[in-house]
Design a protein around this ligand. Structure first.
Ligand code: 5GP
Length: 187
């Protein structure tokens, strides 16, 4: 039996734990893949080009937009982020489950163009906890954290546009919940 491909969008504010949840799913399920995004943000310490992101100049990114090579893209806290089109379409055609871990504007675009995609919004238990997490990971400058928190307020206000909402209070339970959404039990 050939397995049907599936597009899963995981969205929610920066620092909420989307990346950690996705990493856990990738290590557990060989049929799950994550799309590697393009960005104009500078790499953080330890990030690897073509593995964590395709790190591009603004000119290179704009060229991809003009060439229609992106499935969706958005500007977020002063940088471009986007999903390369071809690998995602190929993986869906191959029957794989592909996860896009993206911010809210891009997630909305994907919902519009792929109505069958499953969309999951990850929420923090509170804004205070989100702020602590963003500061705790110590990867961003203060002005970047402030921009990301302002964005988070806007993003949280639209969480109910998406198919599922998961409050990331306890990481293990959040992972389980996301698993149950991606692999619904057949009754
Ligand atoms: P970060 O700079 O922390 O890696 O990512 C900032 C935000 O951009 C996060 O919310 C992340 O999910 C989102 N993001 C990463 N890749 C993409 C993408 O390809 N498209 C969109 N729209 N957002 C993305």
């Amino acid at each position: 039996m050939t397995q049907e491909g599936k597009l899963v969008v995981i969205t929610g504010p920066s620092g909420v734990g989307k990346g950690t949840i996705v990493k856990a799913l990738l290590s557990k399920y060989s049929q799950i893949f994550v799309s590697i995004s393009a960005t104009t943000r500078v790499p953080r310490q330890g990030e690897v080009d073509k593995k964590d992101y395709y790190f591009l100049s603004r000119d290179e990114f704009e060229q991809m937009i003009n060439d229609h090579q992106l499935l969706e893209w958005a500007e977020y806290a002063g940088n471009y982020y986007g999903t390369p089109r071809q690998p995602v379409l190929e993986q869906i055609n191959q029957g794989k489950i592909i996860i896009l871990e993206i911010e809210v504007l891009g997630a909305r675009l994907i919902k519009d163009s792929f109505p069958l995609a499953t969309s999951i919004f990850i929420l923090p238990p509170s804004l205070d906890i989100l702020e602590q997490r963003l500061r705790g990971r110590a990867t961003d400058a203060e002005e970047v954290i402030i921009k990301r928190l302002a964005k988070a307020r806007e993003e949280l206000a639209v969480s109910d546009e998406f198919d599922y909402q998961v409050i990331n209070d306890n990481l293990e339970s959040s992972i389980e919940l996301v698993e149950s959404i991606i692999f619904p039990a057949v009754s």
